[in-house]
Design a binder for this molecule. Sequence first.
Ligand SMILES: Cc1cc2nc3c(=O)[nH]c(=O)nc-3n(C[C@H](O)[C@H](O)[C@H](O)COP(=O)(O)OP(=O)(O)OC[C@H]3O[C@@H](n4cnc5c(N)ncnc54)[C@H](O)[C@@H]3O)c2cc1C
Length: 394
Amino acid sequence: MDLPVVIAGAGIGGLSAALALGAAGHDVLVVERAGELAEVGAGLQLSPNACRVLDDLGVLDRLMPYAVAPRTIRIGSGRTGREIARIDLGDRIAERHGAPYLVVHRADLQKTLFDRALEQGRIEVRLGSEIIEVGDTPDGIVQCHVQTGNILSQIPAKALIGADGVWSRIRGRVPGHKQPEYTGLTAYRATLPAEHVDEDLLSRTGLWLGPNAHLVHYPIRAGREFNLVALVPERWTEEGWSATADRATLLGHFGNWAPGVKALLEKPGSWLKWALCGVDANGPWSDGKIALLGDAAHAMLPFAAQGAAMAIEDAAVLAHLFPPSATDIRAVLKAYEAARRKRVKKVQETAAENGRIYHLSGPMALGRDTVMKLMTADRLSARQDWIYGWTPPR
Ligand SMILES: Cc1cc2nc3c(=O)[nH]c(=O)nc-3n(C[C@H](O)[C@H](O)[C@H](O)COP(=O)(O)OP(=O)(O)OC[C@H]3O[C@@H](n4cnc5c(N)ncnc54)[C@H](O)[C@@H]3O)c2cc1C
C-alpha cells in the first residue's frame, strides 16, 4: 500500500504543498492543530511569483472574487506626508510578469486553498489534530504521533513535511536547524470597514516611511475592508498572531508624523500585534524523510512582503522534485532544500535590508528619499524583477 505524504499544518504553505503534491500523484494527509480554519490574521500581499503558482494549483481564479489588484504602491514620507515615489502595479505589473499582484485577507486565501484541496480527491485534511511526536520504524517509515482531542493515533508516512509555521515543532526533528529569533520589531495590525477611509486609498497600497517606524495599508476582501500594519521597534516577545495591543502605545511611536498619516492611524479603535521572528535559512531544512517548508524553514521579516510567497514557491519546487515513484526520498528532500536555499536567503536578506532603509532618520532618510524620487517608476519596478519574475519548474 502506498503511504501518504503527511503535512503538519494547514497554513498557506501546508495547503499549497498538499495541492502540489496531490497534483503530482501523491496521497496526502494534512494534520492541522486548529479545530477550524477561523478568520484569523489579516492582509497578505501576493506578488506575481506567488500568483503564478496559485494559478498552476487551480486556485487563482477562485481567489479573484476576494482579492484586490492595487493600481500602485505609493511610497510617502511619514514625516512630511508627501509622496516620494510610485511603483506601478495593476495592469502594468500583470503585463510585465504575466501574473497579477494581489492583496487578500489571509483567511480568504487559506479557505480557497482548503476548498480546492477537499475537491482534489487525493488530499485529506484532519482538523483539530496535532503532531506531537515523530518516530521511525526499523524499515525507515516515518511514524507521526497525532493527538485528536484525547485520542492518540500513529500515522505512518512516506515523508513528513513540517509546514507548521515559525514556532514549528517538527523543526526539532531536523538536527542543526536554527531556532527562531525575535527581531526586536513588532507588527501592529487593524482592519476597518472600507467606508471609513477615503475612496482613493482603496485602489492602491500605501507605504509610509519614517524614523524607526513604517506603515503599510491596502484594501482586502474585494475592497470591502481596509488593512493597516504599523511596524515599530519593541522589546516585546510573545508567541501568537493576535495579542491585544495598546492603541496609545502604538500612536506614541508615530507622535511626530504628519497629521494626515496620524489621522489614518487614529481611525481603528483597536489593534492586534505580533512580535516579528526570523528563522535563519542557513540551517538544514531536512533530515531523512522529514523536511521543513515555509515559515518553519525560513520565517522572514515582512518587509519584502514575501513570507507567504516563499512558502507557496517551496510547495511548487518540492512537488516538482518529488515524483510518487521516488525511492530515495532523503535525496529528494535534500534536492528540494538545495533548490530553494539560495533564493530564500536572498529574499530574507532583502527584507532585512528594506527594514533598515525604511526606518532611516535624519540626513540618511533625506538621501533615501532623494534617490527614490530620482528613480523612474520603471526602474523602481525593475528592482523587483528577480523576485516577481520567478517561474515554477514545470
Ligand atoms: C493564525 C495566523 C495568522 C496570521 N496572520 C498573518 C497576517 O495577518 N499577516 C501576515 O502577513 N501573515 C500572517 N500570518 C503568517 C503567514 O500566514 C505566514 O508567514 C505565511 O503564510 C507562511 O505560512 P506557513 O504555512 O509557512 O505557516 P503558518 O501560516 O504559520 O501556518 C502554520 C500552521 O501549522 C499549524 N500547526 C502548528 N503546529 C502544528 C502541529 N504540531 N501539528 C499540526 N498543525 C500545526 C498552525 O496551526 C498553522 O495553521 C499568520 C499565520 C497564522 C498561523
